[in-house]
Design a protein around this ligand. Structure first.
Ligand code: AMP
Ligand code: GLY
Length: 422
């Protein structure tokens, strides 16, 4: 079978890496891909929001299934566009993509279906929003309604800060958002839960813990994710049952009732408070960098899983995971998540030899004249597996030490809540 993977991050590199291990795989193309995917599959340059261009490539390359990695093309309706043209796609339609694309859509769906989440209110103008902020206690969480590349959420510890962030959002700081969501602050431990979903059922697809803040000990501004590990020790069988019964199943039923059954990877960002799960956000795709650690632990054939799911046979799947811990540390370009350095050569990367149990997944890289350069904020995901998390993290450190790149930085404390600092 031939696959197309849409996107150019570490997540897409990890998906290509795993698909490639399948005995049934034919050709894989990555649109547009990065220097890492170029080494293992065929990269084809195209704007991921140019649906017509993508369709042409998919037809020309006889692609059987398209996996859409990032949220923006899903929110814009790439699934609908390809499905209307008889292409098999793994990813939700435009309507269902509102679960990530509109926080107010997601929150209202929770409210209507008694899905546990933080109390909230949605505002369209500053006057009403500021009245609400004045009446409520702090901390208060201020969220842009639409997509904001992980930067639309601020936890405000003063009313002044809450008013400032609210004003910025309503004045159009994020083009995608004309509304602001104000939310109760939930104090607890975060957990990411993943599922593979089709019209008839779903399967748990791993747990992970992300590190969203740029600085050590979870300080500084939010990023797309600085590192993650899997499995999450917080995740027990009992918690799994609660998450599925109280959050996942009512959501999937609600989407069916709205005549847009959910299909694709579903990622629930949760806060666990006194043993109870609360939904913080839905993502309509795999996480990045969570995908990197999950693909290292996945024993089952990813091709089979996606093939089955696109035929609405997820219920037949038995998904197996290696009994080991995986961790990924993201190497970023200096300056990230603000403006960062670009086009900086990562000198010895093409020659670096590492054990096959570990991987360097590329994100913001490109290749020119056999040399590799950085182009994005998150540049490489150094990923390792071992019997325990501490050993796996040490392997990542050893790999990073070997990489000759003067313009990058990384968090040395990924996993700090359970294994401490280095
Ligand atoms: P989101 O984009 O909604 O996942 O928010 C980004 C991050 O902000 C989350 O991963 C949490 O760390 C934090 N966050 C969001 N909403 C809340 C909340 N209601 N209470 C506490 N922390 C939150
Ligand atoms: N790592 C967070 C995300 O993929 O949204």
């Amino acid at each position: 079978m031939n696959f197309a993977v849409i996107g150019s991050g570490g997540r897409e590199h990890a998906l290509c890496y795993k698909l490639k291990q399948s005995p049934k795989i034919g050709n894989i193309i990555c649109i547009p891909g990065n220097a890492g995917t170029k080494k293992i599959v065929e990269n084809i340059k195209e704007d991921i929001l140019n649906f017509g261009g993508i369709y042409k490539i998919v037809k020309k390359k006889n692609i059987d299934i398209v996996i859409i990695g990032p949220e923006q093309p899903l929110v814009n309706g790439l699934s609908d566009y390809l499905i209307e043209r008889n292409i098999r796609v793994f990813g939700p339609d435009k309507f269902a993509s509102q679960l990530e694309g509109s926080k107010s859509f997601m929150k209202n769906l929770c409210k209507k279906n008694n899905i546990p989440t933080a109390d909230f209110a949605v505002f369209y103008n500053f006057k009403d929003a500021s009245n609400f902020i004045e009446k409520n206690s702090i901390p208060i969480v201020v969220k842009a309604d639409g997509l904001a590349s992980g930067k639309g959420v601020t936890i405000c510890y003063s009313k002044k800060d809450a008013l400032k962030n609210t004003k910025e959002i309503l004045e159009g700081k994020f083009k995608s958002s004309k509304k602001v969501v104000l939310e109760e602050f939930l104090d607890g431990e975060e957990l990411s839960y993943f599922a593979v979903v089709d019209e008839n059922g779903y399967r748990f697809f791993g747990s992970a813990q992300d590190h969203k803040r740029v600085g050590e000990k979870d300080t500084g501004p939010n990023t797309g994710g600085m590192g993650s590990y899997s499995p999450a020790p917080l995740f027990t069988k009992e918690l799994e049952k609660k998450i599925e019964k109280k959050i996942i199943e009512p959501t999937l039923q609600a989407m069916k009732d709205l005549d847009h059954p959910y299909k694709g990877f579903l990622y629930a960002g949760l806060m666990i408070k006194k043993g109870e799960p609360y939904l913080i956000e839905y993502n309509i795709r795999m996480g990045d960098p969570e995908c990197q650690v999950l693909m290292m632990r996945l024993k089952s054939d990813l091709l089979e899983i996606v093939d089955c799911a696109t035929k609405n046979k997820t219920n037949k799947l038995k998904i197996e995971w290696a009994e080991k811990s995986s961790i990924t540390i993201v190497l970023c370009a200096n300056g990230y998540p603000s403006s960062y350095i670009k086009n900086s050569e990562i000198k010895n990367l093409p020659d670096l030899k590492i054990d096959k149990n570990n991987q360097i997944f590329h994100a913001g890289t490109y290749e020119k004249n056999n040399k590799i350069y950085s182009i994005g904020g998150r540049v490489l995901s150094i990923t390792a597996s071992s019997k325990n998390l501490k050993d796996a993290r040490q392997v990542c450190f050893n790999i990073i030490k070997k990489i000759n790149w003067k313009d990058g930085f990384f968090r040395k404390d990924i996993g700090w809540r359970i294994i401490g600092n280095k």
